[in-house]
Write a protein that binds this ligand. Structure first.
Ligand SMILES: Nc1nc2c(ncn2[C@@H]2O[C@H](COP(=O)(O)OP(=O)(O)OP(=O)(O)O)[C@@H](O)[C@H]2O)c(=O)[nH]1
Ligand SMILES: [Mg+2]
Length: 312
């Protein structure tokens, strides 16, 4: 689905993190609490997995609290994993996080051995916002768009506490299709790299299944949650378009505009506190994605053999 899923500058970020990690004591891995599985980056895990870390389920203030709890339990059941919920715009929890970092590297601290912390995650999860809250200053640029931070930036939190902000990074090949859609819906994929209509339809499908009442409350179609849940996603998008005046001359609906509207309503939390995946669903998507990937590889291998045989 992606045109520029892994744009060139992310290769630079990968190299940058691979270098920086050598002198890092603690990693703060920021996930989006609305998609705690899909915003986990296997490439970042590979680059930084050997360091003590905290996993943050950030933007918990706009995620479904029941699902945040389920995901925290899921992550915390894994070995050597400490996951905590976070609202990076709040100062007090950010300061507590700074204390937690110190506890993770008790042998560091003091001018001779400053604590060095790296913040990483996929684009737009709130890394820079968190740094600003931890340092109580607006030192890092933050905005609701993928790719705001372009280069690493060192922030001095205290005389003996350094933080590194890093640009958001994805991974080269997306194997779980639904993760691509969810990352796009959350604004973690560059705007030109996906089809808004496809993303909005996938988003609607999920909301119909789990949050039909939120859709009714927002769009006031008068259908009731049950009819919304049972509708075809195309039909629903069209009804939303008509209701919200996304209509072109001649009365045809402007589905592109309606798609943008639905995505924006999700991003700006007008649709309510929503999480786009449960641990069980995500596990299923991963299994399906891995099976498809194995098939793809087997097919590529078979074709390679065929070509070789033909050349002989
Ligand atoms: N509701 C809510 N919004 C947040 C939270 N943290 C960050 N945001 C918003 O999310 C958007 C992205 O925040 P940034 O801090 O720029 O994200 P980033 O991870 O640094 O993004 P890149 O530098 O593009 O990778 C901004 O609009 C923030 O205001 C949070 O905990 N809750
Ligand atoms: Mg940033």
């Amino acid at each position: 689905m992606a045109i520029q899923w892994f744009p060139g500058h992310m290769n630079l970020t990968r190299k940058l993190i691979a270098e920086r990690i050598k002198e890092i004591d603690v990693v703060i891995e920021v996930l989006d609490a609305r998609l705690p599985g899909s915003s986990f980056n296997p490439l970042l895990q590979e680059l930084t997995g050997h360091k003590p870390r905290v996993k943050l389920l950030n933007k918990q203030d706009v995620a479904d609290p029941v699902q945040t709890q389920a995901w925290l339990e899921w992550y915390n059941a894994q070995p050597e994993t400490r996951a905590i919920p976070m609202d990076a715009e709040e100062a007090a929890p950010a300061r507590r996080l700074a204390q937690a970092c110190r506890e993770l590297a008790p042998n560091r601290g003091g001018l001779a051995k400053p604590l060095r912390v790296l913040i990483c995650g996929v684009p737009n999860v709130g890394k820079s916002t968190l740094i600003n809250s931890m340092s109580n200053k607006r030192q890092a640029k933050a905005a609701d768009e993928a790719g705001v931070t372009k280069d690493e930036q060192r922030i001095v939190l205290d005389d003996d506490f350094y933080l590194w902000d890093t640009p958001g990074m994805l991974w080269p090949r997306i194997i779980v299709e639904q993760s691509g859609f969810n990352l796009a819906a959350a604004g973690s994929v560059g705007r030109n790299a996906y089809d808004e209509e496809l993303v909005a339809l996938e988003l609607l499908l999920y909301l119909q299944k789990h949050y039909a009442q939120n859709l009714e409350d927002r769009y006031k179609l008068g259908w009731g949650a049950q009819k919304i849940a049972a509708a075809h996603d195309d039909e629903l998008l069209e009804a939303i378009a008509r209701k919200r005046g996304a209509v072109m001359s001649g009365g045809r609906v402007n589905t592109q505009k309606a798609a943008e509207l639905v995505i924006t309503d999700f991003r700006t939390h007008i649709l309510g506190r929503i999480t786009l995946e449960t641990p069980a669903e995500f596990a299923q998507w991963v299994a399906a994605g891995e099976a498809a990937e194995q098939q793809r590889q087997a097919l590529a291998e078979a074709k390679k053999k065929q070509r070789k045989a033909a050349r002989r």
